[in-house]
Ligand binder design. Structure first.
Ligand SMILES: CC(C)(COP(=O)(O)OP(=O)(O)OC[C@H]1O[C@@H](n2cnc3c(N)ncnc32)[C@H](O)[C@@H]1OP(=O)(O)O)[C@@H](O)C(=O)NCCC(=O)NCCS
Length: 179
């Protein structure tokens, strides 16, 4: 079972990353401390780091667990962000993570992409659960999960290191939707 190479929504084309996307990824979100604040990685300092991310993302499509999509706005071709699906085949569940282009926040794009990924997952007979974790202070991301009809199931104490905030692991909520 593999996600499709493209998923189309009303306003977005979710597609595989390419090497030549690196400048747009760097300038769109990867370089901003404001965007990476609650993430597990530090802002990129140069386009080479975004190229390395594109390479890892493309390599992921050759494996069977990590699938990253870029969110291309159909009308303009501008990138609205990235979403990563992680398949855990043995136990019938999928997790995800995402990053939105800074200039595109608040337009509903990540909610649209998240809903589409959940819809794909639940079309798969073997997948029963889609989940994600989020820093307790990351309100915009929690809103996306609310709007995708996910439920906050609990608090994971000291779950994940978000190095832009603190070297100590941070408390996170776990959100999930099941079929
Ligand atoms: C979380 C994120 C991907 C959401 O993307 P998005 O395309 O803006 O998502 P949506 O527009 O569907 O909804 C975002 C929510 O954040 C809020 N928001 C939008 N712009 C914001 C801003 N500049 N500052 C704070 N909150 C903002 C919106 O109000 C919206 O909630 P609402 O519908 O209740 O008003 C984006 O904020 C982001 O990239 N954050 C940094 C990376 C990150 O934290 N990723 C998630 C890790 S778990």
């Amino acid at each position: 079972m593999r996600p499709p190479e493209q998923i189309e929504t009303e306003r977005l084309l979710l597609r595989k990353p390419r090497m030549d996307d690196a400048p747009a990824v760097f300038n769109g979100w990867a370089k901003y401390p404001e965007v990476t604040r609650f993430l597990t990685w530090r802002p990129h300092e140069n386009i080479a780091q975004s190229e390395a991310l594109m390479k890892r993302s493309m390599d992921g499509w050759n494996g069977d667990s990590n699938f990253r999509y870029l969110l291309e706005i159909k009308e303009s071709g501008i990138l609205a962000g990235m979403i990563e699906l992680r398949l855990e085949k043995e136990i019938s569940k999928v997790s995800f993570g995402y990053t939105g282009a800074y200039a595109q926040w608040g337009k509903g794009y990540m909610t649209e992409a998240t809903r589409a990924c959940i819809a794909w997952a639940f079309q798969q007979p073997a997948i029963y659960r889609v989940y994600a974790t989020v820093d307790v202070e990351n309100i915009p991301s929690q809103r996306v999960m609310d709007k995708a009809n996910m439920q906050r199931e609990g608090l994971l104490r000291k779950d994940s290191i978000h190095p832009n905030i603190s070297p100590e692991p941070r408390d996170c909520y776990i959100y999930a939707i099941v079929k």
